[in-house]
Design a protein around this ligand. Sequence first.
Ligand code: FAD
Length: 502
Amino acid sequence: MATHLVWFRNDLRVTDNRALHAACEDPEARVLALFIATPAQWASHSMAPRQAAFIRQNLAALQASLAARHIELFYHQCPDFTDSALWLVEFCHAQRVDQLFYNRQYELNERRRDAALEKALAGTVLCRSFDDSLLLPPGSVVNGQGEMYKIYTPFRKAFVRRLTESDTRSLPAPKPRHTDEVARHRLTPFDYPQQEPDGELYPAGEEAALAQLRRFCREQVEDYSRQRDQPALEGTSRLSAYLAIGVLSPRQCFNRLRTECPQMLEQQEGSAFGWFNELVWRDFYRHLLVAWPMLNKHQPFVPWTKFVPWRRDEAAFEAWKRGQTGYPIVDAAMRQMNQTGWMHNRLRMITASYLVKDLLIDWREGERYFMSQLIDGDYAANNGGWQWAASTGTDAVPYFRIFNPTTQGERYDKQGAFIRRWLPELAAVPDKFIHQPHRWAEQHQHVLDYPAPQVDHADARRDTLAAFEDARRHAQRLEDDGLSEDRQGAGRWAEENTGQPY
Ligand code: FAD
């Protein structure tokens, strides 16, 4: 009897799991499952403790679903990827594994780990990997020259064409194996800081995720375009935490959406298409990671932005983190993330823009801080979002378009309903002044228990424009002097002026 091992990583579900499905195809095979926790690796990528706890909760749910199918889940904890690969080789030999099944991850470290593992197992264990976590695999949506798109809209057009030709069916969960009931190993706590997510907002398990998906597609998606930019409303799906660790697959989202809105893809407009569009952005950022490996190393996509002279200002950065900038929409958003692990998309754009363009603090600092808090932390989406806001990324907001945090608040939280939820110290401020509470306090001689704005937006905007323009001119001069390829010269300049290695 052949032994098949399924290595679960970012795919903690039994339904529509390509690796698991393939491993179970042979009814005679003995199927085992495995999860390896790597806390030191997680810490080096600033994974939020809430996300680690969410993984653990979903792992327990996965273990129960697998046990119901008579599949034993083994569990191991070791510091990092290198150790996990070494341990896995031993495990395969000890369990006499014939075939190893896993779903691909696309980040560089993960790809390197898998390549090393396959090499170590060559000749003894057949490794079978699957594209599972995206609607379409990286490298499959390319332009006429066979290259990955740099701009989103043509990518999406080509993506839709490709998708209609592809097999996007969701696979059923495997049937119970014809074997005895299996042991359930104790899932010891991760060796990681503990912070439990809110169980009401994020019930664990794929059934809870699927129920949320069904509810959203049936009852809410028609209002998505109208509501998605208003943080005071529950206008988005709130599925990102499940998608980030693979409790839900994007195919399940796509197929459920098409069931509810069958014409969505053909019409290419409307609210349902708007939601589908976000799933495509999710794919886009992962496709970029594979096409441009430097993106895995926190390098900007637009080379000249390496020369932006970011400011070091610990006090300002701390105030931003704590939601004490004096700009209510920024502070309410930061407190929402700090307290729940999730932040509304519009607010991610506003808070990121504020850090980079008002405080001129390096986007990588913000990127890291977001990862340390988000329950839906996802390297590709987070890096893509930060590079978008910082104007360093592909198809990013132009550097000269700078969000005004006051008018953004006025536009997307007109009455301040969202702000009031997170900033109780502004309860007495009338709606008219909720975005500029200090004006009200001055006029009425009130003492507010809320900081004054950290910076004057108009001044900050002017300084940031000048900093970006200097950086652009500097890069142009290097190029004119034939020095743009002179990595030493450029590197010295970048290190001296930005503190970042070139
Ligand atoms: P919905 O609006 O219901 O969207 C459905 C799904 O589409 C989401 O669950 C998500 O998987 C995907 N999606 C939506 N918007 C985007 C987007 N702009 N880019 C990529 N995928 C998207 N998303 C993450 O999943 N993890 C992150 O770490 C992350 N960091 C971000 C950082 C910044 C600075 C910005 C601007 C955006 C970031 N996003 C991130 C994208 C987006 O904000 C979240 O996916 C979204 O807010 C999640 O809420 P939802 O599930 O209700 O989204």
